[in-house]
Design a protein around this ligand. Structure first.
Ligand SMILES: C[S@@+](CC[C@H](N)C(=O)[O-])C[C@H]1O[C@@H](n2cnc3c(N)ncnc32)[C@H](O)[C@@H]1O
Length: 235
């Protein structure tokens, strides 16, 4: 059966049952209408990495690197790559340093030219999914940590669920530019690129304006996407 042909109401009912049974919807492509969002997020991250001059940007930290294809890709693009995640990495890629730990509490000895967080901030400090513990404002604390360990002039790339602001416990938070997280980002970094996508009526991801993405009503299986590249201010 083609998952794109299923009706949104059926998605909602089926994913609620899957959640009750402890089966995350994304593990079943028939139940998960957000399939494809990862491709958009990786494409945004990679295209933004490619425009950076390798002489000035060499070291990358990927936060929430577990299951990510980006660490090996970034290594092959010539960056010096370190990844951190609460969960153990399922891969050991030659030349990539993997750390199992909590980004919020780990004492970093190094600073980085680039920090990448692809669908991670919305989970930080939200208990009940992955191995997170409940930390109030964990997402904002994470950006404060980025500010501490990102080199002056460095680049932060992150992607988040976008729409009417909501915490869909325990799955994720959904943000828009009035959310404290983005206000912190706009105040403490300089925006270099931003893109927005939403699922159209046929469940196909399409690029859209921020004003459209902001109106999307979030649920367990629906949100828009906000993709951001910020530069660290040179103070
Ligand atoms: C939705 S997954 C995204 C994984 C990956 N970025 C990708 O592209 O597939 C979110 C990841 O963030 C990690 N995470 C959440 N809070 C974290 C924290 N405080 N420190 C380190 N990793 C964290 C989770 O363990 C999980 O692997």
């Amino acid at each position: 059966m083609d998952n794109l042909a299923l009706k949104p109401k059926l998605f909602r009912i089926a994913s609620k049952i899957a959640l009750r049974l402890g089966l995350w919807p994304e593990s079943n492509p028939l139940l998960y209408p957000l399939s494809g969002d990862t491709c958009i997020q990786y494409a945004f991250a990679i295209s933004n990495l490619l425009r950076l001059n390798k002489n000035n940007y060499q070291t990358v930290l990927e936060v929430g690197c577990c299951r990510s294809s980006l660490t090996p890709i970034m290594k092959e693009l010539g960056f010096t790559v370190c990844g951190i995640d609460l969960m153990p990495s399922p891969l050991s890629y030659k030349g990539v340093k993997y750390i199992q730990g909590d980004f919020l509490t780990l004492n970093f000895k190094d600073s980085y030219d680039i920090i990448v967080m692809v669908y991670v901030l919305e989970h930080v400090g939200l208990k009940g999914r992955y191995d997170s513990t409940e930390v109030e404002d964990g997402d904002i604390i994470a950006l404060e940590k980025v500010k501490q360990i990102l080199n002056p002039g460095g680049v932060l790339i992150f992607t988040i669920p976008y729409g009417v602001e909501k915490t869909v416990k325990p799955l994720h938070r959904v943000y828009n530019r009035n959310s404290r997280l983005l206000k912190y980002a706009y105040e403490n970094f300089e925006v270099q690129a931003e893109e927005f996508y939403k699922n159209n009526s046929k469940n196909i991801w399409v690029k859209c304006e921020e004003s459209e993405a902001r109106k999307v009503m979030p649920s367990e299986n629906n949100y828009a996407l906000g993709l951001f590249t910020f530069g660290n201010k040179v103070t």
